[in-house]
Write a protein that binds this ligand. Structure first.
Ligand code: AMP
Length: 394
C-alpha cells in the first residue's frame, strides 16, 4: 500500500514526502481511512508504531476546509516530550497546508503559548495540567473543537491525569470525533474509553504485543549470577543507549552505583529521588550525557527517548502489560532495538504469558564464555570469592 491510496490533499502528500515516509505503517493503513470517514477510534498501539501520523494526517485533511480562526483539534498527551513530538509531527506533516499548531505544557513560560494561540492555531497539542490553567484563565476557547485525540491514555491515567481529563472534556462540545490511543487497556482505561467514544472502531496492532522491530531474548540465569551476567552482556554487546529496569527503587539505586563504579556513564531513575534529580537523569539520558539509565517501571513512565537501542530487564516485570510498556521504549518505527530479559526460575509464569501474547516462543540465549557453572563470582579487584548466600538480592 502507498500513501497515495488515502487520497490526501497534495499539500499533505508533500508533508509526507518531506518527512521521508514511503509506506504507511500497519496502524496508519488501518486508522487513516476510518478517521477520514469521521468515525471514533479505539486504537491499541504503542509508541513506535507510527500512530502519531495515523491521527495527524487525517486531522490535517479534515481541517483543510473550514474556518481557520479557531481551535478545531485538541490532542492530549501525558508528557511534555510526547506533546512536543506530536507538535513537531503536525508542523512537519502540515508544513504546506497553512494549518497552524501550538503546543501547551508546563515548566515553560505561558506567554509564547498564548501568543501562538492568539495568532490562530487550529491544532493544539497539550498536557492536561497546563491546558487547565489556560482554560481557567479563559485564554483558550475549546467550544468549537471538532476532533479530540487522547494519546497514551494509559500513561495519562498512571500519571494521575484522569480527573484533569474529565474536566477538560467539560469544555468541549459533545458532538465531536474522538480518537483514543492506549498501548494497554486496563479496566479504568476501558471504562474511560467507553464513556467518551461513540460506536468506536477498534484498531489493534499486534494486540498488546511489543513493537515488531524489537528482537527479544531471554537470558536464563540463577539469582546469584544476575549481576555478573549483566556486566558481561554489557561488555560484549555493542549498545547505544541502554535502559535497564529493576523491580525496586533500592535495586535501581544500587545497580546504578555499581555500574558507575565500573565507569559506565549511568544515572538512576527511581521514585525516592527528588523531581529535579529525576529530571536531570532523563535530560542527561536524552542528551547523551548518560548512556545508561537504571529505572523502576513507575519512574520510567515519563521517558520518551527515541534512540534507546537496548532495554534490559534486570528483573522480570510482573505482568505482560509492564513488559510491553518497557519494550515500547525501544524499536521505534525506523530503528530496531533489542530487549534482553534476565530470567530466573520463578519468572516462568510471566514468560509463558508474554509468549502467549507474542504468539511465539522467545529465544533463549546463553552468553558465550560466561561461566554459568560457578555459584558465586570471583571479585575482580581482590581475587576473593564472594560468599554465596541463598536468596541473595543484589
Ligand atoms: P510514533 O509511533 O508515532 O511515535 O512514530 C515512531 C517513528 O516512526 C517516528 O520517528 C515517525 O517519524 C516514524 N514514522 C511514522 N510513520 C512512518 C512511516 N510511514 N514510515 C516511516 N517512518 C514513520
Amino acid at each position: 500500500m502507498t500513501f497515495n491510496e488515502f487520497s490526501l490533499d497534495p499539500r499533505i502528500q508533500g508533508g509526507i514526502k518531506n518527512a521521508g515516509y514511503v509506506t504507511p505503517t500497519p496502524i496508519q493503513e488501518k486508522a487513516i481511512p476510518l478517521v477520514l470517514q469521521g468515525l471514533d477510534i479505539l486504537g491499541m498501539a504503542q509508541t513506535g508504531t507510527g500512530k502519531t501520523a495515523a491521527f495527524i494526517l487525517p486531522i490535517l485533511q479534515k481541517l483543510l476546509n473550514g474556518p481557520r480562526n479557531r481551535v478545531r483539534a485538541l490532542i492530549l498527551a501525558p508528557t511534555r516530550e510526547l506533546a512536543e513530538q506530536i507538535y513537531q509531527a503536525a508542523v512537519e506533516l502540515g508544513g504546506r497546508t497553512g494549518i497552524r499548531s501550538a503546543s501547551i505544557y508546563g515548566g515553560v513560560s505561558k506567554n509564547p503559548q498564548l501568543t501562538a494561540i492568539k495568532r490562530g492555531a487550529q491544532i493544539i497539542v497539550a498536557c492536561p495540567g497546563r491546558l487547565l490553567d489556560h482554560l481557567g484563565e479563559r485564554a483558550i476557547d475549546l467550544s468549537q473543537v471538532e476532533m479530540l485525540v487522547l494519546d497514551e491514555a494509559d500513561r495519562m491515567c498512571d500519571m494521575g491525569f484522569l480527573p484533569d481529563i474529565r474536566r477538560i472534556l467539560s469544555y468541549l462540545p459533545r458532538k465531536r470525533q474522538t480518537l483514543f490511543f492506549s498501548a494497554t487497556m486496563p479496566k479504568e482505561i476501558r471504562s474511560l474509553a467507553d464513556s467518551i467514544l461513540k460506536n468506536p472502531q477498534t484498531v489493534q496492532i499486534g494486540i498488546t504485543a511489543p513493537a515488531e522491530t524489537v528482537s527479544h531474548a531471554l537470558y536464563p540465569v540463577s539469582g546469584e549470577l544476575k549481576k555478573p551476567l549483566l556486566f558481561a552482556i554489557l561488555e560484549k554487546t555493542a549498545t547505544g543507549r541502554v535502559l535497564i529496569f529493576t523491580r525496586t527503587k533500592h535495586r535501581a539505586k544500587s545497580l546504578a552505583a555499581q555500574l558507575s563504579q565500573r565507569n559506565y556513564r549511568v544515572a538512576a531513575l527511581q521514585g525516592n529521588m527528588s523531581q529535579n534529580r529525576r529530571q536531570d537523569s532523563i535530560n542527561g539520558f536524552r542528551s547523551g550525557k548518560y548512556d545508561m539509565l537504571v529505572a523502576t517501571d513507575i519512574a520510567a513512565r515519563g521517558i520518551d527517548v527515541s534512540e534507546i537501542t537496548h532495554v534490559i530487564n534486570y528483573d522480570m516485570p510482573d505482568t505482560v502489560d509492564a513488559y510491553t510498556h518497557r519494550i515500547g521504549r525501544t524499536g521505534r518505527a525506523l530503528l530496531t532495538g533489542e530487549a534482553f530479559t534476565l530470567v530466573v526460575k520463578e519468572d516462568a509464569p510471566v514468560v509463558r504469558d508474554i509468549e502467549k501474547v507474542l504468539g511465539a516462543p522467545i529465544e533463549r540465549r546463553s552468553l558465550a564464555d560466561f561461566d554459568y557453572g560457578v555459584s558465586a563470582p570471583v571479585a575482580q579487584s581482590t581475587g576473593k570469592r564472594l560468599a554465596p548466600r541463598r536468596g541473595r538480592r543484589y
